[in-house]
Write a protein that binds this ligand. Structure first.
Ligand code: NDP
Length: 245
């Protein structure tokens, strides 16, 4: 049975991925800070008793490692790790040079991706030639060309893309696949404030289906942009800097 460890599972994309993997019969490790939402999610999933909840902050590396160790103890091999926890603090209208903001975003989006994968790599190595083992980074189209007003977010996601690509090449011989998923605009609590993007928001379940397929196929890099992306591109409805992915 597939085992999947997902950070940022209490909301949006993480919760939608959890629902899809639970339907496929997977055993899940669900990580986020809000334990009430994690418990709520767990009880709504298929086979709730198979899933473990870890209420922690992913920037607390000791807590994250302890959760990973517990999940490995419970299940032996872990097949998929999705480093999905992320924050966006940009207003999309104001430039920020606030270093505290930069540090918080880089710690949550980039360093915690590294910290989420690290405890699983040695666990996966002996199994990766006989079964599917995937490390999945969640980047953003903002990481491809940048997003004015979300400088810290864009920089963190660009770094996630290049970190995952470096790791992919470095781990290729072991059989562990590293997959970078690059979402566009997906309908989650994170995008609720971006009103200009509303007509283009992709339903989160549709996104999760495409992401689960890409992860299963072992693609190294998959952009899943937004609703009507082709039309928006053709008509140049969205600002130019959003098209080049
Ligand atoms: P949400 O805000 O809905 O969910 C974010 C998740 O991350 C929550 O479960 C939150 O849980 C968790 N999280 C945030 N900070 C921490 C932390 N320090 N420790 C543990 N968990 C944390 O956003 P989305 O679902 O939209 O985003 C998920 C990922 O997808 C993010 O990495 C985001 O950057 C990326 N993405 C999203 C896009 C979109 O259009 N929605 C586009 C491109 C990328 P809690 O608050 O309980 O800790």
């Amino acid at each position: 049975m597939t085992t999947v460890f997902i950070t940022g599972a209490s909301s949006g994309i993480g919760a939608a991925l959890a629902a899809q993997y639970a339907k496929q019969g997977a055993k899940l490790g669900l990580v986020a800070r809000r334990s009430d939402l994690l418990e709520q999610l767990r009880s709504s999933l298929v086979n709730p008793e198979l899933h473990s909840v870890y209420a922690l902050d992913v920037t607390d590396h000791a807590a994250l490692s302890a959760a990973a160790a517990n999940f490995i103890d419970l299940h032996g091999v872990v097949n998929i790790v999705i480093a999905n926890a992320g924050i966006s603090v940009g207003t999309l209208t104001e430039y920020t040079e606030d270093l505290a903001v930069f540090e918080r975003v880089i710690q949550t989006n980039l360093v915690a991706t590294v910290a989420s994968f690290a405890p699983f790599i040695e666990n996966m190595k002996p199994h990766a030639t006989t079964q599917s083992c995937r490390l999945v980074g969640i980047a953003s189209v903002a990481g491809i060309r940048g997003l004015p007003g979300a400088e810290a977010y864009s920089a963190s996601k660009a770094a996630v893309i290049s970190y995952c690509e470096s790791l992919r090449v470095g781990l290729a011989a072991s059989g562990i696949r590293v997959v970078t998923i690059v979402p566009g605009y997906i309908d989650t609590p994170m995008t609720k404030l971006n009103t200009y993007a509303m007509p283009f928001l992709m339903p989160v379940d549709k996104f999760a289906t495409a992401a689960v397929e890409a992860i299963a196929s072992g693609k190294s890099y998959k952009v899943i942009p937004w609703q009507m992306a082709g039309i928006a591109k053709l008509l140049r409805i969205l600002p130019n800097w959003l098209y080049d992915y």
